[in-house]
Design a protein around this ligand. Structure first.
Ligand code: ADP
Ligand code: ZN
Ligand code: ZN
Length: 804
């Protein structure tokens, strides 16, 4: 029994708050459960960190209500949250919020009630105002009982304004309303039923319910409720009643289970087997161990993962497979269903909140021992975790670009260490950091040097676009060689992928007279021309405006368009090959996940000859009939002001080249570039990861970039430029001279100096010691807190992936 609990709240103040526990809660609270507590005039849901009897020095308030009777975060995940908060310098409350998918099951709404002052005012106003004054009406309605914002809005058309004014005068207060959505209400054909593992059965149950339980015991797994109704009497009613008693779980019926090609099991080849044997040894030893599985594109890494997962399950342990954002399509999910059936839970962002919550519950209950998810899947409450696989470990989508700015891959390793689990990082193009860790012996290196069934790597040709221009005297999008080769594919009924690293019709509009580029109102970036809706669009903030007919600066009429985007490339291809069926895949055509999936599926099924797209087409897809990959320009990424530009270009070119020739037909890759001698381009063309790694590593060592230093980026933001400048200058003074082993560059204008209407200055920090870096960053946070900077003024990004 505890008298007090310490609660972490999602507020900027980064410390736990102590509350006293009323009699009714004392026996029920546990660390890791969510609880509702008063905070100022609000009521907030927080996570209990500790229950204790240490009387605080100050008076504390009573906690109000417990949300979870069972903890949603176990000790292991709470400890992981603590690590993230410390390492990434993020408030613990925000970390916990990011970890809980259940936040979404709590519908946000407000419940209004009268304050004492409000009660007095109501009496007074009755005398003073007209009876249909909305302010008075709201007060009178609330005199009877508290009401939700939604109810008030429906009852009174002008309630909104009245509520705001009453709130300002402190006549009414709002309480955050927490109501759980009820999955029990879905129709029977949309639900599946399964036994709750380990639930104690009460002695007495109605006959229908007993029969249903008996059936479920005899037929393990989950069953569609509608189907059950034809087998078991009154199954629908019985199942809902049993679900309320927590003896069975009702889950949404996931349509994805049927989608996608069925993945056949393959006998592992020699290289796969050798890698797998090592993994098996480690998994069976039940000890923390990190492997880097470096396998070229098409070498069959997935098959190795699947066998490793089987091993973990056979040892009675759970497994977690993380994939990049874009790779987790319903088709991929379907493959896992066909392999692991109901033992798999998929955490997919295309799922509804209810679906996701339900998956989460199945994982926690132990019903699902295999979890497939994107970045935040690393927080899935997998029981007795024995294996974490991080596929495409180099992928940038593992890094969250908002607070808490954690990297899912690195977090996975920390989690595995605490759980005594095995980690497999897989990639055809391992990040420099991971490969270097393997070199230093921190990770064990496993290699799949060739494609399965001795299929050849695709032949890569570089096309020097400078020579092309000299020979044709034309500034063309496509070289003659690329056009000719696309033509051959069309003749042979084979498919082509064309990669372009940019959306929109053409990159930007510029004035020929004064050189002005049309820029975003809020961000210091040029707007992109989108022909389909004839608009100029900001790719950072979404701002849109009409295409200018006059230069905004000098009023000249000579506005022209520069660069090229995927829309334009598609257009030109149509002109060159009028009969080809062409699909385009980028963020404009594929706004929804389902759309993205359907374009890819149709391409795979052969409904299109050519797929044009941005980097989202480079990842992971396995389409056997693709024999040509064309890269319009390898140069786009090389010009980025970022020390990772070379690495990114190498990865992108290698990955997209890896889409060619994965079936029985050999593939060819044509890369157009004006930098044919750049080492990233050259070595990607030669499929020479090792040479690239060596060269890049030397560069990093010379410049003391990661992995030879720990890096952090500090961003200072304000809507007013003077403010941003002043704050960053003051912070600069505070951390100068830097402590030993640390170099500070800045304050300087950020590469994008203005973004979403905020001015930005940054410090880039390189540290020879992690500890020193962390101490410095904590000092920076302290400084911001002390000087009462706004909640969004300071951004700390540890191990940043982009420096924009
Ligand atoms: P990677 O992820 O390494 O690029 P995949 O895991 O997608 O490669 O495998 C490429 C293809 O090879 C898939 O279609 C897969 O089903 C097939 N495959 C994997 N292992 C074998 C094997 N041992 N024998 C035959 N085919 C295999
Ligand atoms: Zn001009
Ligand atoms: Zn913008």
């Amino acid at each position: 029994m505890a008298l007090y609990c310490d609660v972490s709240l999602p507020v900027p103040l980064d410390r736990p708050f102590t509350y006293s526990l009323p009699e009714t809660l004392r026996h029920r609270v546990q660390p890791g459960s969510r609880i509702i507590v008063p905070f100022g005039s609000r009521k907030l849901a927080g996570v209990i960190l500790r229950c204790h009897d240490d009387r605080p020095d100050v008076t504390v308030r009573d906690a109000l209500r417990l949300i979870d009777s069972e903890p949603v975060l176990d000790a292991e995940l709470l400890a992981l949250a603590g690590w993230i908060a410390g390492y990434y310098c993020a408030p613990l409350g925000e970390v916990l919020r990011a970890m809980l998918p259940l936040a979404s099951e709590i519908r946000r709404g407000k419940l209004y009630s009268l304050t004492d002052a409000g009660r007095d005012a109501a009496r007074q106003l009755v005398l003073d105002c007209s009876p249909d004054d909305p302010v008075l009406q709201v007060l009178r309605m609330l005199e009877r009982r508290p009401l939700s914002a939604a109810y008030l809005a429906k009852a009174l058309p002008l309630a909104d304004k009245a509520i705001r004014s009453l709130e300002r005068k402190n006549f009414i207060v709002a309480e955050q309303l927490q109501s759980e959505r009820d999955p029990l209400r879905a129709p029977a054909d949309k639900l599946r039923v399964e036994l709750d593992a380990g639930a104690a059965r009460p002695a007495k149950l109605p006959k229908d319910e007993r029969e249903l339980l008996a059936f479920l015991e005899l037929h393990p797994g989950s069953h569609n409720l509608k189907d059950l109704e034809s087998t078991v009497r009154n199954a629908g009613t019985a199942a809902r009643s049993l679900a309320r008693k927590k003896l069975v779980s009702l889950l949404p019926d996931r349509a994805v289970a049927a989608a996608g090609p069925v993945r056949t099991r393959h006998e592992l080849n020699t290289a796969q087997m050798a890698a797998f044997e090592q993994l098996r040894g480690a998994i069976e030893a039940r000890q923390f161990h990190t492997f880097l599985l470096h396998g070229v594109t098409g070498s069959g890494k997935t098959e190795v993962y699947l066998n490793a997962i089987d091993t973990a399950l056979a040892c009675g342990r759970g497994a977690l497979l993380l994939v990049p954002e874009i790779a987790l399509t319903p088709a991929v999910a379907g493959q896992f269903f066909s392999r692991f059936g109901d033992r798999v839970a998929i955490l997919h962002s295309a799922f509804t909140d209810v679906e996701r919550t339900d998956q989460w519950r199945r994982i926690r209950s132990g019903a699902a021992g295999v979890v497939v998810g994107t970045r935040s899947g690393v927080f899935a409450p997998v029981r007795n975790l024995g294996l974490i696989v991080v596929d495409e470990e180099h992928d940038g989508s593992y890094k969250q670009e908002e607070t808490p700015r954690y990297n899912g891959r690195d977090t996975a390793i920390v989690r595995a260490q605490a759980a005594g689990a095995c980690v497999v990082l897989g990639s055809a193009t391992p990040s420099l950091e991971s490969r270097y860790n393997a070199e230093r012996g921190k990770y064990s290196l496993l290699e799949l040097p060739g494609r399965i069934q001795e299929r050849p790597m695709p032949r890569v040709e570089l096309i020097d676009m400078r020579t092309e221009f000299l020979e044709t005297r034309k500034q063309a999008t496509f070289s003659r060689r690329l056009l000719e080769t696309v033509g051959h594919r069309l003749d042979n009924g084979e498919q082509t992928i064309i990669l372009l690293n940019r959306r929109g019709f053409s990159s930007f509009a510029a004035c020929r007279t004064c050189g002005e580029r049309v820029q975003c109102m809020n961000c210091s970036v040029t707007l992109t021309f989108h022909r389909r809706d004839r608009r100029m669009l900001c790719h950072y903030c979404g701002y849109a405006e009409k295409v200018p007919s006059l230069c905004p600066k000098c009023q000249s009429e000579h506005v022209y368009f520069l660069g090229l985007g995927s829309e334009r490339v598609e257009d030109e291809l149509h002109r060159e090959f009028p009969r080809a069926r062409i699909a385009r895949l980028d963020r404009d055509t594929a706004s929804g996940k389902r759309q993205y999936e359907s374009i890819l599926r149709e391409f795979r099924e052969g409904s299109y000859d050519i797929l044009v797209g941005t980097q989202m087409i480079a990842k992971g897809h396995d389409i056997p009939n693709v024999t040509l990959v064309g890269v319009v320009s390898a140069d786009v990424g090389l010009g980025m002001p970022d020390f990772r530009a070379g690495e990114r270009t190498f990865q992108l070119l290698t990955q997209v080249a890896g889409r060619a020739g994965r079936g029985h037909l050999p593939g060819i890759v044509l890369i157009q570039t004006i930098n044919p001698d750049h080492y990233a381009v050259r070595m990607a063309a030669a499929h020479d990861y090792t040479a690239f790694y060596q060269k890049e590593l030397n560069f990093r060592r010379m410049m003391a970039y990661p992995p030879f230093s720990a890096m952090a980026n500090i961003l200072v933001r304000s809507a007013k430029q003077e403010e941003a400048l002043r704050m960053s200058t003051e912070l600069g003074h505070h951390i100068t001279p830097p402590p030993e082993k640390i170099r500070i560059m800045g304050p300087a204008e950020a590469p994008v100096p203005r973004l979403k209407a905020e001015y930005r200055y940054q410090f880039l920090i390189k540290a020879a010691s992690r500890k020193a870096l962390n101490e410095l960053l904590q000092r920076v946070r302290g400084f911001a807190e002390q000087h009462k900077w706004g909640a969004t003024a300071l951004v700390i990004d540890v191990d940043p992936l982009t420096l924009m």
